[in-house]
Write a protein that binds this ligand. Structure first.
Ligand code: NAD
Ligand code: LMR
Length: 343
């Protein structure tokens, strides 16, 4: 399945019964919180092109009215509505199936994702509180950095609100997979469409661990290629931050990756039983409470966490996995403590 640029024209079946006269349309509702931003705007455009979406709710603290007016002129089926500021947040969220959260500040050169913690932790906490109050059953996709901490923050908020379902909370790490696929295909001169590299761990620096030995189709790498590709994938966010030279971080590739993850979630909600994506979720794959890995998505969220990828790691991957654990553990604990210390 892929995002479609032209409006979907389904043939009307030649049957007399009235219920067959209208084409069957999917009626899933998606909200984007932070929809006026660098990621939010192109993400809104990509979601407006999805035939699976009936309603697209765009929320921001400013500048979202114009974005929604603009998008609403595209002749694709999704109905666009705008919501500005905390007073309109509840209405934005009611009845929504998937909430995507790219709200918050991005990095500038020289910063780590953790340097965003002080501002973004509060933003994510406040928004997830509203999700708990208004659409507690929605899938929640957290994009705001540092993902390694903002996902545990979201989990703690949902626990406090008595509606935490770990199957429905996701840290979006799709961009790491998108990058790994692109770089490996370029390096090995493979058709992009064929390449799939699982990326596990977390979403910052060395916590991003591409499992190149599990690349599909099978492809051999020299030790030097493994080292260079791994480091490039781990630093790809910084590569963009430096190229943008103060104007923010990845927005377009992130919007593409987020749209892919939303589309996969919607396909799962729509009954497709063969949907797999990497995501940062509550997990028992390692001793850490959250871990990114491939997961199987279903109607109620994470249906299974795929453990195969962690079997039979190369020595390089096994070492890198052990090396990432202390940093990932600290980031997770920092997020949990942030919410618990405010009790
Ligand atoms: P941006 O500054 O361009 O946009 C952020 C938007 O969030 C703005 O429109 C702002 O008004 C809005 N916002 C701020 N506070 C808000 C609140 N309380 N409620 C609702 N909206 C609010 O930034 P961006 O480039 O879109 O990046 C957003 C976040 O995504 C950053 O934290 C960035 O680090 C992160 N990011 C994550 C990934 C990933 O792979 N997970 C990739 C790229 C960027
Ligand atoms: C990315 O990987 O591009 C994002 O996490 C943004 C960043 O700060 O690098």
């Amino acid at each position: 399945s892929s995002l479609q640029i032209t409006p979907v024209k389904k043939p009307v079946p030649k049957l007399k019964s009235a219920k067959h006269l209208a084409p069957q349309a999917s009626a899933l509702k998606v909200a984007v919180l932070g929809a006026g931003g660098g990621i939010g705007q192109p993400l809104g455009l990509l979601l407006k092109m999805s035939p699976l979406i009936s309603d697209l709710h765009l929320y921001d603290i400013a500048n979202v009215k114009g974005v929604a007016a603009d998008l609403s002129h595209c002749n694709t089926p999704a109905h666009v509505a705008d919501f500005t500021g905390p007073a309109e947040l509840a209405n934005c969220l009611k009845g929504v199936d998937v909430v995507v959260i790219p709200a918050g500040v991005p990095r500038k050169p020289g910063m780590t994702r953790d340097d965003l913690f002080n501002i973004n932790a509060n933003i994510v906490k406040t928004l997830v509180e509203a999700v708990a109050d208004n659409c507690p059953e929605a899938f929640i996709h957290i994009i705001s950095n540092p993902v390694n901490s903002t996902v545990p923050i979201a989990a703690e908020v949902l626990k406090q609100k008595g509606c935490y379902d770990p199957k429905r909370l996701f840290g979006v790490t799709t961009l790491d997979v998108v990058r790994a696929n692109t770089f490996v295909a370029q390096n090995k001169k493979l058709r992009l469409i064929d390449v799939d590299v699982p990326v596990v761990g977390g979403h910052a620096g060395i916590t991003i661990l591409p499992l190149l030995s599990k690349t599909k189709p099978f492809v051999g790498f020299t030790d030097q290629e493994v080292e260079e590709l791994t480091v490039r994938i781990q630093n790809a966010g910084t590569e963009v931050v430096e190229a943008k030279a103060g104007a923010g971080s990845a927005t377009l590739s992130m919007a593409y990756a987020a749209a892919r993850f939303v589309e996969s979630s919607l396909r799962a909600l729509d009954g497709d039983s063969e949907v797999y994506e990497c995501a940062f979720v509550q997990s028992e794959l390692t001793e850490l409470p959250f871990f990114a890995s491939r997961v199987k998505l279903g109607k109620s969220g994470v249906e299974a966490i795929i453990s195969d990828d962690l079997q039979g790691l190369t020595e390089y991957e096994a070492k890198a996995l052990e090396a990432l654990k202390p940093e990932l553990k600290d980031s997770i604990e920092k997020g949990i403590a942030f919410v618990q210390n405010q009790k």
